[in-house]
Design a protein around this ligand. Structure first.
Ligand code: NAD
Ligand code: LMR
Length: 333
């Protein structure tokens, strides 16, 4: 009860007159369950629709006993995807398999591409105006997959499709704060590019904090491969779930606030973007201002050090391959 009250206070003090319907696809999973818990505590959510191929009736029954206004419904199996999605304003997708030690995110492509494609087809059919937040890896490819599916159905709006890269920014704050003795909540790092290895580019030169070159290189590597730390520590049982749930809930809350008309809400996210299009990458993560229609203004990368410019060039090469793989998966099908 006390935790709930604290959490509620951390959101906007003005409780919405009418909330939004949020669907979570993959809601019974390692991310799905804690993410759904955090969304159940969010006063901007009026209805929480939980979809998975297993266990959602139990998760929904459990969460529905929490005394917050959001109405919770559970939907299990492909035949219930339509009822889960209909009327959704926001659809968050953490469905799919996670990594095991020794795997890259791209190694998840074969399994997760199909899962995400099927769910995107459902979204196109049952909730074509919804905002889609993609967590399933490899994000650099799953977001282009969703875009291509929506295009095929004639309902693609680039302002409503987001790859969730918030965890990179959350980690960057934590890791920088740890070596500089600061409160992580006061450290803001602009992380651009994509969401895997060299495509994750933290722009430490923009933080206003002084670093040695050795610190920059170690921090950059740690932020790029932070996911591997968790995969290794979980030793075959999965990847980041709790930190991802927090990061996903933060992004969803920011979007909900923007949809309600709050101004000046900026989050990093992987979107259809002009930022690196001249280098051939149609999707790119930078800070994005959110508004009532989703993406309102895409911020540029901003000034980079010589070191960051070198990493930027490496990031774009890899990102282009990841994006092309996702596009080809749908177009070649
Ligand atoms: P998990 O295995 O614990 O949960 C995945 C859930 O998806 C399961 O409940 C499963 O039943 C469900 N699922 C499988 N196929 C489905 C389908 N066709 N429709 C609906 N649901 C389906 O995995 P997890 O740890 O929750 O991770 C989920 C995904 O999120 C992975 O791909 C992982 O790599 C990714 N991830 C992304 C980030 C990020 O920063 N974007 C961070 C962490 C994890
Ligand atoms: C993360 O960054 O933690 C996620 O993308 C999961 C992973 O595979 O590392």
């Amino acid at each position: 009860m006390f935790a709930t009250q604290l959490f509620r206070r951390s959101f906007s003090s003005s409780v919405a007159m009418h909330g939004k319907k949020v669907a979570v696809l993959g809601a019974a999973g390692g991310i799905g369950q804690p993410l759904s818990l955090l969304l159940k505590l969010n006063p901007l959510v009026s209805e929480l629709s939980l979809y998975d191929i297993v266990n959602t009736p139990g998760v929904a029954a459990d969460l529905s006993h929490i005394n917050t206004p959001a109405k919770v419904t559970g939907h299990k199996g492909a035949e219930s995807l339509g009822e889960a999605l209909t009327g959704s304003d926001v659809i968050v997708i953490p469905a799919g398999v996670p990594r095991k030690p020794g795997m890259t995110r791209d190694d998840l492509f074969n399994t997760n591409a199909n899962i995400v494609k099927t769910l995107a087809e459902g979204a196109a059919k049952y909730a074509p105006k919804a905002h889609l937040l993609i967590i399933s890896n490899p994000v650099n490819s799953t977001v282009p997959i969703v875009a291509e599916v929506l295009k095929k159905h004639g309902v693609f709006d680039p302002a409503r499709l987001f790859g969730v890269t918030s965890l990179d920014v959350v980690r960057a704050s934590t890791f920088v704060a740890a070596i500089k003795g600061k409160n992580p909540e006061d450290v803001h790092v602009h992380v651009v590019g994509g969401h895997s290895g060299v495509t994750i580019l933290p722009l430490l030169s923009q933080t206003g904090i002084k670093f040695t070159q050795d610190e920059i290189e170690k921090l950059t590597h740690r932020i790029q491969y932070g996911g591997d730390e968790v995969v290794k520590a979980k030793d075959g049982t999965g990847s980041a779930t709790l930190s991802m749930a927090q990061a996903g809930a933060r992004f969803t809350n920011s979007l909900l606030k923007a949809l309600e008309g709050q101004k000046g809400i900026v989050e990093p996210t992987f979107v259809f973007s002009p930022v690196a299009q001249k280098e051939g990458a149609d999707f790119f993560a930078t800070n994005v201002e959110l508004g009532t229609g989703g993406v309102a203004k895409i911020h540029p990368v901003g000034p980079m050090s010589d070191y960051e410019q070198k990493l930027y060039a490496e990031a774009v090469v890899e990102l282009k391959k990841n994006i092309a793989k996702g596009v080809q998966f749908v177009k070649g099908a």
